[in-house]
Design a protein. Structure first.
Length: 276
């Protein structure tokens, strides 16, 4: 049984579809009838997937995609309606709080995942879907994808995604997008820094995704994990202590198995053994 088959057997429902090809795991958001709006079950399933692969060195990258031509249209309004009934029955807002924090835990988990996370953005990339795009390491968008933060227009707030949007595009732009609820397409998302590449059609999208996967495979697995963790730390830790620790990690890498193999591969003008 492959990892994807094992994880699928544990899923809460069919809101995710997993596809594994060697070291690449594709996680399909699978609620096309709602433009892949995130139900609580989907949020829990995503958390379970990322928890299951956290320490799995054989998984090099996770590709996030949506079925039916859409990435994700945000939170599921039907779940919100159900929560209203629960809140009335218990006489408090706790059901809303618990639901919202579940999403926050999930997006933080994706953000901190040691694997390289690639988001393929098509159709609706709204609300929570926008937030999920903002925690990807590589974001590839169709030119006609529709981005936006529609929460304030619905009388709610982008509570859990706001910090990640600010980290991605900066406070000035995040304020404008969140307060106006502006909708925009791929080229504007590229200018804002939400995405890294924009393509016009499916053929170009698939070709760029394959090229990206090959680039991921050319990077050493452990070095990639350490590098991603180091980059995250630059936002929160004092510089002097961080650089001291980074020097130690560099020394460990140079003298480690990957450092030796990478150096030999360069000298011998061949690909390193992890690139297969």
């Amino acid at each position: 049984m492959t990892l994807s088959q094992s994880l699928t057997a544990q899923q809460f429902d069919d809101s995710l579809e997993l596809e594994q090809q060697g070291s690449i795991l594709t996680v399909w958001l699978n609620r096309p009838e709602s433009r892949n709006a995130m139900s609580l079950n989907m949020v829990k399933a995503i958390r379970q997937v990322f928890k299951s692969i956290e320490n799995d060195m054989s998984i090099r990258a996770v590709i996030l995609r949506g079925k039916g031509g859409h990435f994700c249209a945000g939170g599921d309004i039907k779940d919100m309606a159900q929560l209203r009934g629960e809140a009335l029955s218990v006489g408090s807002n706790q059901p809303y709080i618990d639901f919202n924090r579940q999403f926050g835990h999930m997006i933080e988990q994706v953000d901190q995942a040691p694997q390289t996370v690639v988001a393929i953005l098509e159709g609706a990339v709204l609300g929570g879907g926008f937030g999920l795009a903002c925690v990807s390491d590589i974001a590839i968008s169709r030119a006609d994808a529709k981005f936006g933060l529609p929460e304030t227009g619905l009388g709610v707030i982008p509570a859990q995604i706001a910090p990640f949007v600010v980290k991605r595009i900066g406070l000035t732009q995040a304020r404008r997008l969140a307060l106006l609820g502006t909708r925009f397409e791929g080229d504007t998302a590229l200018k804002l820094g939400v995405v890294h590449e924009v393509v016009e059609n499916d053929d170009a999208l698939n070709a760029l995704l394959e090229e990206t996967i090959q680039q991921i495979k050319r990077a050493a697995p452990h070095a990639s994990r350490v590098t991603k963790a180091l980059l995250h730390r630059t936002l929160n830790e004092p510089l002097h202590e961080l650089l001291d620790d980074a020097a130690q990690q560099f020394a460990n890498a140079v003298g480690g198995e990957e450092g030796v193999e990478g150096t030999m591969a360069f000298i011998q003008k061949r690909l390193p053994n992890w690139s297969n």
